[in-house]
Design a binder for this molecule. Structure first.
Ligand SMILES: Nc1nc2c([nH]c(=O)n2[C@@H]2O[C@H](COP(=O)(O)OP(=O)(O)OP(=O)(O)O)[C@@H](O)[C@H]2O)c(=O)[nH]1
Length: 139
């Protein structure tokens, strides 16, 4: 029986204070997959990490914010269809809402950062899974 390739787990953050409806978006830098598109920031979950641990690490590395894992809530997920080529792993993208953090945003690994309203996010060009997650915010 043909088996699907193993999903690559990726975690992303909807960072924003409760009730304000603005979220921190990251524009992927040149030279990377999906360069120039706007994503909910985050990255791959390493073996042995929980999604919350991975998110704290990725966000600290990318923009210097220190997220409070106790203030994270599951917000949704989106997954690729498995590719028929065995060398391309489908992505499982988990989205966590984080309403509490410390620090100021700095671009530590390239790319652009912007606080955006949902209306602005809907207009930004996004990778496919981020687009589906963003659409789920408006119901
Ligand atoms: N956020 C997001 N990532 C996606 C989508 N589709 C897809 O293949 N990916 C891939 O999922 C991976 C996300 O991990 P990452 O953010 O740590 O990737 P990266 O290229 O910045 O990191 P790296 O330099 O460590 O490989 C990237 O390879 C990205 O291209 C999508 O729709 N949304």
């Amino acid at each position: 029986m043909k088996r699907n390739p193993t999903y690559l787990p990726v975690v992303a953050a909807a960072i924003g204070p409760d009730g304000e409806g603005r979220w921190l978006m990251h524009r992927r830098p040149a030279g990377k997959a999906h360069a120039g598109l706007w994503e909910f920031p985050g990255g791959k979950i390493e073996p042995g990490e929980s999604p919350r641990e991975a998110l704290v690490r990725e966000i600290a590395e990318e923009c210097g914010l220190r997220l409070d894992p106790g203030a994270m809530r599951e917000r949704g997920f989106a997954a690729d269809h498995p590719d028929t080529r065995q060398d391309v792993r489908p992505i499982l993208l988990l989205l966590l809402h984080c309403a509490v953090w410390d620090g100021e945003v700095r671009s530590l690994e390239g790319g652009e950062w912007r606080w955006c309203s949902l209306a602005e996010i809907s207009q930004l060009p996004k990778p496919p899974l981020d687009a589906r997650l963003a659409a789920s915010f408006s119901g």
